[in-house]
Design a protein around this ligand. Structure first.
Ligand code: NOJ
Length: 560
């Protein structure tokens, strides 16, 4: 086994000055296979990311950290989320030296690197599982969740140990003839769940975490973290009415166990052995209340309401009120509209808004992402307004999409995982070879090269908003309060830090909307100055606080 290099790279320049960089900063998710292919084999790689760091750094887009979707060796059945060795780099993506260079080069530019840790399950080709499935005795025998059948049915089939179902369809139990037992898999049968109640498993996970921290990694995104612990006796879930097998159960015993908060503390204590590191947990199948419960001053949580909210000022107002009530002032939320599992938000929200003007919606949505309260997570390509790409059935890669049936409806996640569109060149500047997944038809006109030249593009809008967010404390760390207005189409809120007061107005409608800023924020000697927005020539309120916003216009105003 090659010993990983201990990182000698200096910490990013802003460390120290911004001790809580992860609260104030912006994290950019890279799906490594689809970002940039440096060797022409059609698959993105680590060197490709190194080559694009200047694009992401302060002279380009201006993000603070990169979250890499899994980079570990994987048979690829869940496209990287089935990990066969958590401590190594997938040769498909590069070498161990490429990874160390990525850390060094990113740090040199003040960019942090956040890894995706898949700790709920492994690939069935992980050496732990290969040993565990062999026999009921041995050092790894109890590392996964093995159980005897609950009995034999009238047809002579073995009955699984309980009624749990897999999120990817069918029973959550798979028979292993070698052990003559079932094992649990919350996802694919090739992704067996680890037994976190075995202290040796927990210790092994922390050894792995420390190795990456030693190599200079700045933090982790935890895949489906609230599923690590199951009920100690694996009790059946209560059954309810529902449209799908998953919805017909209350997921009481297969996730969200009361002792999970203590486990999270133990994990975070390991991370805190290293200064300045960041963690965020992916909340699986739960809402803002659970997200708030698991958010601490050292750990953030993704919740999904913002990802599924329709494009309407009232829906966002209701979601924000619910979230702020659950989080209070002291807990820090996350802001996310797209990721590698969901439809791209430019497509989803434009559809919801009933418009073909994808760019207008993408720019307006950027105001939400960069001016609400919370840590912002961007998904590669959203900064150029990338849209979902229809994938013909015979090209589908996403495994659950191939298993879909009426009782297991599934969206094809390939649609949001297509190659980054860098230029109008063949291969979109992503690859000189044959891409592993098809490139969007609009790549010749929607790409970084073209948008960087256009001050009115989605890219230029993100860049302006990111600069404003960095420059204004109220935007990156201020308090949040929603303001009621005389229009149902316009969402308004303030952000306040120190003596800085900002007012943000966002018109969700396609048409012009006149709004009046309420009395306590307008009139007298109060004057508002725009600092950034969706348009190059933002509208400004008059002396009485009246402002006419264009369709999908968002503006951030500074009180002078
Ligand atoms: C959540 C990840 O985001 C998703 O891509 C993956 O399929 C599941 N976890 C299972 O690992």
């Amino acid at each position: 086994m090659i010993e990983p290099k201990r990182s000698t790279a200096s910490r990013p320049a802003s460390a120290g000055q911004r001790p809580e960089w992860w609260r104030e900063g912006v994290v950019y998710q890279v799906y490594p296979r689809s970002f940039a292919d440096s060797d022409g084999n059609g698959v993105g790689d680590l060197q490709g990311i190194v080559d694009r760091l200047d694009y992401l750094g302060s002279d380009g887009l201006g993000i603070d950290a990169i979250w890499l979707s899994p980079i570990y060796p994987s048979p690829g059945l869940d496209v990287g989320y089935d990990v066969s060795d958590h401590e190594r780099v997938d040769p498909l993506l590069g070498t161990e030296a490429d990874f160390d260079r990525l850390i060094d080069e990113a740090h040199r530019r003040g960019i942090r690197i956040v890894l995706d840790l898949v700790m709920n399950h492994t690939s069935d080709q992980h050496r732990w599982f290969e040993a565990s499935r062999e026999a009921r005795v041995g050092p790894y025998a109890d590392w996964y969740l093995w159980r005897d059948p609950a009995g034999i049915d009238e047809l002579g089939n073995r009955i699984p140990p309980n009624n749990w179902v897999s999120f990817f369809g069918g029973s959550a139990w798979e028979w292993e003839p070698r052990r003559e037992q079932f094992y649990l898999h919350t996802f694919l049968p090739q992704q067996p769940d680890l037994n976190w109640r075995n202290p040796e498993v927990e210790a092994a996970q922390y050894r792995m975490v420390r190795r990456w921290l030693e190599r200079g990694v700045d933090g982790f995104r935890l895949d489906v973290f609230n599923v690590f612990l199951k009920h100690p006796e694996l009790l059946a879930n209560p059954v309810v009415e529902g449209a799908t097998a998953w919805a017909r159960q209350v997921h009481l015993n297969d996730r969200d166990q009361p002792d999970f908060a203590a486990l999270l503390e133990r994990f975070r204590a390991v991370v805190d052995e290293y200064p300045d590191r960041f963690t965020v947990g992916e909340l699986f199948d739960a809402g803002p209340d659970r997200a708030a419960m698991l958010t601490t001053d050292r750990h953030l949580v993704f919740d999904w309401e913002m990802v599924i909210a329709p494009w309407s000022a009232s829906a966002f107002a209701a979601f924000l009120d619910r979230r702020e009530a659950a989080f209070g002032d002291e807990r820090w939320p996350t802001l996310v509209l797209s990721n590698h599992d969901q439809p791209r938000h430019a497509s989803r929200l434009a559809r919801s808004a009933g418009t073909d003007d994808v760019d207008a919606v993408a720019k307006a949505a950027a105001v939400l992402l960069l001016a609400l309260r919370g840590t912002t997570f961007l998904y590669y390509g959203e900064e150029i307004g990338m849209v979902d790409v229809p994938i013909p059935p015979d090209e589908i890669v996403d495994p659950p999409a191939r298993l879909a049936n009426p009782d297991f409806p599934w969206w094809n996640r390939d649609q949001c995982r297509t190659p980054m569109q860098w230029s109008p060149a063949p291969g979109a500047g992503f690859t000189t070879g044959r891409p592993w997944i098809r490139i969007a038809d609009d790549a010749a006109r929607r790409n970084v090269e073209v948008e960087r030249r256009d001050p009115a593009s989605v890219f230029a809008t993100y860049q302006r908003l990111l600069r404003a967010r960095r420059a204004h404390p109220a935007l990156h760390r201020g308090t949040f309060a929603r303001i009621a207005l005389d229009s149902e189409e316009v969402l308004a809120w303030t952000r306040i830090a120190d003596d800085e007061l900002l007012l943000v107005l966002l018109n969700f409608g396609t048409d012009e909307r006149p709004v009046t800023i309420p009395g306590d924020l307008a009139g007298g000697d109060i004057s508002w100055r725009p600092i950034a927005g969706t348009h190059l020539d933002p509208r400004v309120p008059d002396a009485e606080g009246a402002i006419l916003l264009r369709g999908f216009e968002g503006v951030i105003l500074y009180r002078g």
